[in-house]
Design a protein around this ligand. Structure first.
Ligand code: ADP
Ligand code: ZN
Ligand code: ZN
Length: 728
């Protein structure tokens, strides 16, 4: 008798044994339907065995083998199992959650591997001659003509979502026939790669170095400032992969996954199927794209962290753009780093992985310094000058709604010359807090340990962390003082002030509030490109990945707040953030300028920024980290606990610390402390850090400690281990 050990979406780190019927054939990685309790669940077979440790009478049979979904390939299974072990997360949850939701459903059906092509008669039809009202029919014919040899159903659906009736009609006319799609034949041929610009010398060097190692594992740090032509290098490397019939996985932060990036890729590889995988897709789009990747039909997958697990049979290259970006680490559930597991995947498949950034994470930078990763640098912009970065000292200066004379003057000059300016404010809303000057009351969120942000137009105060909102009080709730003062600047306040100061300037505020409506951001981007805007007031949204040719001045209003944060990573993030927003200035012929308001112009971070010298900054921070024994010199794990009362969470952690048997090992267990944000959405949060210079010592320790934690787990406490935490 054969038993299948099946992974199910349940919070237990175990596999479940089922009997395989005499006529049921399944391989490791295959999908099955099994009874689980009173329910029927979709599972993935991880092992096949001749024996079981359960008593035979208790082993139930597999209900059905889902034959129409191809099994998960071994590299993806290995990566998922690694994630389960390494991140201490139940294996079934890891595996099932990495799949598109549709596949996890009981009636998961994969469209047949059917493909469509034009018949001889169909080839004679010129779609242009079809009546104009038959728009979809024309489009479909267009895709079929473009596809030449035929197009798989999955691929076709990524182009046109609903074609069933149309296809039926075309088949009835004798224009189209179906056939069974052949297995992966190669994503594209060399001839379908259009040439890009001729590369600069630095770009050539980088491309050559990576190309020379295409057939083996090699991590590369591509360290190049914004606009230095990193994306152009990616495209060259993707072309190399395509010529060898290999697929590429390109991971980007969510906010960078723009239609422009996709169209830039698609237009370079017009015949290659490029699919996206990110959280913005609906279930069926995600399934279609996943299947297109898994069948090998998609030559290029562009996606966010969740795409890291996509099966790709001919994967030949992985690129992680903006590899330092915090969004590659998931903050809850399986707290994985898409970058780190991509490195593992590249190693398994013996392929190159390119980590690109203007401001690499210190972890990656350190590996490159030590020679573990290849280092490639791009120090000039490909087709523009590097912007000049200066600071404006505002210590003791009189400010108008947070704006200094120097900044106002620069904006005025720039507008006069008909150029665009960006005023970068890191907070949306009117002011980050409302304060009573007489009794010092502040507008705190009742559910979180943060302040409520004042939104003027709606007269509401909102928590940007838990969504709580309330009406702005007319007077101080504590002492009755009617003169409450908004403190600090949000985008609304800066917009209002600039409107007063430059009444004729055409202004656009760009933050989450103004871009929420569908299509709003697209429309704004168009306005900016057309040059019908003088001043942009915006947040993070504007900092990343956009190219505005007429934008020549960037003013940063309130960066200082992150300078002395309790999170030791705050300055690393601030530097990255400021470099990124600076990168918006002067992307075309016109030179750019960046002006940063600060009370601490002499701070080493700003000094390095003015020189635009990441190496100086990184070396400083690395030596601090070394002295303090922090990552990347040590490895950390945070045990996070959440409860209604802070005391409950802390008690659990003290208990956990007591049971931590680190005696004689190289592992240090720190005392529990309340989290940086001690309260979030009504829950008290606390944490305990464990660290070690040795990763293996740390993980050995965790294996035993985790069992202790299970024992002391109390129903009132939610806890989780955060491996390689990115937030402290
Ligand atoms: P990054 O990804 O580093 O920000 P990009 O690859 O987007 O840089 O390049 C920035 C700009 O320079 C783009 O408009 C791109 O088309 C252009 N560019 C890149 N490489 C070259 C080159 N070798 N010659 C001319 N223009 C280039
Ligand atoms: Zn008061
Ligand atoms: Zn809140």
């Amino acid at each position: 008798m054969i038993f299948a050990r099946v992974a199910l979406d349940v919070p237990l780190n175990t596999l479940f044994d089922y009997r395989l019927g005499p006529t049921q054939a399944v391989t490791v990685g295959g999908f099955v339907l099994v009874p689980f309790g009173k329910k029927i669940a979709v599972g993935v077979v991880l092992e096949l065995a001749k024996t079981t440790t359960l008593s035979l009478s208790r082993v139930r049979g597999i209900l059905d083998v889902i034959g129409n979904i191809p099994p998960l390939p071994s590299d993806v299974l290995a990566m998922l199992k690694f994630c389960s072990d390494y991140y201490h997360h139940p294996v079934g949850e890891v595996i099932l959650n990495a799949l598109p939701t549709r596949l996890r459903r009981r009636h998961a059906t994969k469209p047949q591997a059917v493909a469509y092509r034009l018949t001889a008669a169909g080839k004679l039809v010129d779609p242009e001659t079809l009546p104009a009202r038959a728009k979809s029919r024309r489009e479909l014919m267009g895709w079929l003509i473009a596809a030449g040899e035929g197009i798989g159903e999955a691929t076709l659906r990524t182009k046109m979502p609903s074609t069933a009736t149309l296809l039926k009609d075309l088949i009835a006319r004798g224009w189209v026939e179906t056939f069974t799609e052949q297995p992966y034949q190669g994503a594209a041929t060399g001839s379908s790669v259009l040439p890009g610009p001729s590369l600069t010398e630095a770009q050539q060097t980088a491309v050559k170095a990576i190309r020379a190692s295409f057939d083996r594992f090699g991590p590369w740090l591509l360290h190049g400032i914004t606009g230095s032509g990193k994306t152009e290098i990616y495209l060259e490397l993707i072309a190399t992969a395509l010529e060898a019939n290999q697929q590429t996985l390109l991971l980007v932060p969510e906010i960078n996954l723009t239609p422009q990036l996709e169209s830039r890729i698609q237009s370079r590889f017009p015949k290659t199927l490029v699919v996206r995988l990110n959280s913005g897709l609906n279930e069926s789009e995600r399934l279609q794209n996943w299947l297109a990747a898994q069948s090998g039909a998609a030559g290029i997958v562009v996606g966010t962290r969740l795409a890291a697990f996509t099966p790709m049979p001919a994967l030949g290259l992985i690129i992680v753009d903006e590899e330092h970006d915090a969004s590659f680490k998931q903050g809850d559930g399986l707290r994985y780093s898409a970058r780190d597991i991509s490195l593992l995947r590249a190693k398994q498949r013996a392929i190159p992985i390119v980590l690109g950034s203007a401001t690499p994470s210190l972890e990656t930078y350190y590996q490159a310094q030590r020679g573990r990763y290849g280092l490639l640098k791009l120090e000039q912009r490909a087709n523009a000058a590097i912007p000049e970065i200066t600071t404006a000292n505002i210590r003791g200066a009189a400010l108008i709604d947070g704006l200094s004379q120097e900044v106002l003057h620069a904006i005025k000059e720039n507008t006069r010359q008909g150029q665009q300016s960006l005023i970068y404010v890191n907070r949306r809303g009117y002011a980050p807090v409302l304060i009573c000057p007489s009794c010092r009351w502040t507008s705190g969120c009742p559910r979180c340990s943060v302040k409520l942000v004042l939104h003027l137009k709606t007269r509401l105060m909102r928590c940007h962390h838990c969504g709580h909102q309330e009406r702005t009080p007319a007077a101080c709730p504590q002492c009755g003082n009617p003169e409450l003062t908004p403190l600090g600047q949000g985008t609304q306040r800066v917009e209002e002030a600039l409107g007063r100061i430059f009444p004729t300037a055409r202004m656009l505020r760009i933050d989450r509030d103004t871009t929420r409506a569908k299509g709003a951001w697209t429309q704004m981007r168009q306005q900016i490109h057309e040059g019908s805007v003088d001043l942009l007031v915006g947040t993070q949204i504007l900092a990343k990945g956009h190219d505005f040719p007429a934008l020549t001045l960037v003013c940063v209003i309130n960066a200082d707040a992150s300078l002395y944060s309790t999170d030791y990573r705050a300055s690393e993030r601030l530097f990255a953030n400021l470099m990124q927003v600076s990168g918006r200035a002067g992307r075309a012929e016109l030179p750019g300028r960046v002006l940063i308001q600060t009370e601490f112009p002499e701070h080493p971070l700003y000094a390095a920024l003015r020189r635009q010298n990441f190496d100086d900054f990184a070396k400083d921070i690395l030596s601090e980290r070394k002295q303090a024994g922090l990552p990347p010199y040590t490895h950390q794990v945070i045990l996070r606990a959440e409860a209604l009362e802070q005391e409950t969470a802390m008690d659990f952690l003290w208990n956990a610390a007591k049971r931590a048997d680190a005696g004689g090992t190289e592992v240090a267990v720190f005392d529990p402390v309340p989290a940086g944000m001690a309260r979030l959405a009504g829950k008290a949060r606390a944490q305990l850090t464990v660290q070690s210079r040795s990763r293996s010592a740390l993980h050995n320790f965790l294996n035993t400690w985790e069992q202790e934690l299970e024992k002391i787990a109390a129903p009132k406490v939610r806890w989780a281990l955060d491996i390689d935490p990115q937030e402290s």
